[in-house]
Design a protein around this ligand. Structure first.
Ligand SMILES: [Zn+2]
Ligand SMILES: [Zn+2]
Length: 250
């Protein structure tokens, strides 16, 4: 089984540990790769140089390969993101997520129906996936906790999912199987959420989408925690559609 973690946070954004501490955890676990992917937003955009330096300094001292990454934000239903080319060029890989910044999805949704929101999510994901700067969509369909309107995985029309999936394939954009995505859905029983998410992943798998693994760890204890992700992989039989993280190593 492939064992890598392409989604982690440090003190440079909202994580609790240093880069070195996160790498220690990855090395102790015998992971092949760890990506440091702090949040890159308008309010937190000065860390890329510092993280790069720290990574350069410790690369070679560990067998785990350390990737310089960032987690950008989708800003609106047109799929605009918080990271530009100048920043992306300094990184090995870029994740983007849908979070509280997304206009027409997480905020400014007053006049929108759930159907409108689903269309906006579909457009935002397809546009973000078409963006050549973007490698991985982090925890897709996390439209739950702190969003104005919750959209359960089962509520997406299959046609919308297929539309997104085709764009992922065409642009080589990965779908992250994030270990703790259930966190966004405190209103759904975790078993039920898992069942729904597995069905959604199956749609993407059938179209030929590639998947990546991430813990979204915000502390050393979370590094490499991919138990739920691996359960989903097993149920959907997508092991041979997981990306090989060496593609991001420069
Ligand atoms: Zn975070
Ligand atoms: Zn994250």
């Amino acid at each position: 089984m492939i064992s890598y973690d392409l989604h982690t946070h440090t003190k440079y954004s909202d994580g609790r540990a240093t880069v070195l501490e996160m790498v220690f955890a990855a090395e102790a676990l015998g992971l092949s790769h760890i990506a440091i992917t702090d949040h890159y937003t308008d309010k937190n955009n000065t860390w890329v140089g510092k993280v790069s330096e720290e990574i350069e300094e410790i690369r070679g001292k560990f067998s785990v390969k350390i990737l310089k990454g960032a987690e950008g934000a989708v800003l609106n239903e047109e799929g605009g993101i918080s990271v530009d080319k100048k920043i992306r060029d300094k990184l090995d890989l870029l994740l983007v997520h849908m979070g509280g910044e997304a206009k027409g999805i997480a905020k400014e949704t007053d006049k929108l129906s759930k159907e409108d929101i689903i269309e906006n999510i579909t457009t935002a994901y397809t546009k973000a996936a078409e963006n050549p700067l973007v490698d991985i969509i982090a925890h897709p369909f996390n439209i739950g906790y702190y969003f104005d309107i919750v959209v359960e995985p089962r509520e997406y029309p299959i046609g919308n999912l297929k539309r997104i999936a085709e764009v992922f394939v065409k642009n080589n954009t990965c779908f992250e199987i994030m270990n703790n995505i259930w966190w966004w859905f405190p209103g759904i029983h975790p078993r039920e959420f898992t069942r729904q998410y597995i069905e959604l992943v199956r749609v993407f798998a059938k179209v030929g989408v590639k998947f990546s693994l991430g813990s979204n760890a915000h502390s050393v204890g979370g590094v490499g925690n991919l138990i739920w992700s691996k359960y989903v992989i097993e149920k959907t039989k997508i092991e041979n559609q997981l990306i090989e993280p060496d593609i991001f190593v420069k």
